[in-house]
Design a protein around this ligand. Sequence first.
Ligand code: ZN
Length: 192
Amino acid sequence: MNCLEFERLLDDGARDGLPAEALAHAHGCAACARSLARARSLERALEAHFAADVAPPAGFVDRVMARVERGEARGVRWLALPSALPWWTRAALEPGVVLALATLALFTWRGGRWLAGARVTWDVLAHVPRWVHDGLIAAGFGPVGDWTLRWLDSIAASSLSVQVGLALGVAPLLAVVAWLAWRAGEAAAGAT
Ligand SMILES: [Zn+2]
């Protein structure tokens, strides 16, 4: 018995004649226990009204049922079905997003130091093409090496704001590639 089957039994009106396995589920499931308690108290309230032979106030049942349905749409059913959580709730719990947020927090906290570190890293990276360039010339790919070197030299010679701007422009592209790779990895893991 799962939460959905339990809810369906309740909706069918079998509050007191519930099978043993349904009662066992409600015993171990807080959400369904709440649903059962709510259904029983609603029934008791209705019985009390009809037993006293007093006509319920106009719209009483509608109001109660509307409240029960609102409560279930908001609470019980969503708790019972994790896959029904809104996408942003699940997205916020993804390891990649958590890592990105942590990085952002670190950057905000010690931005200056991080920028200085990034600057040093970039300077080192800017010298890599020179070695690649020499290698390319040796291998007979001179023009390609020249073009790459000129392009990277112009970036390394430009101001930090241009470099940061370039990095910000390239970052979304890298993020998309990383996301595609992650999806591919997930699909591969799911296939095994
Ligand atoms: Zn349940």
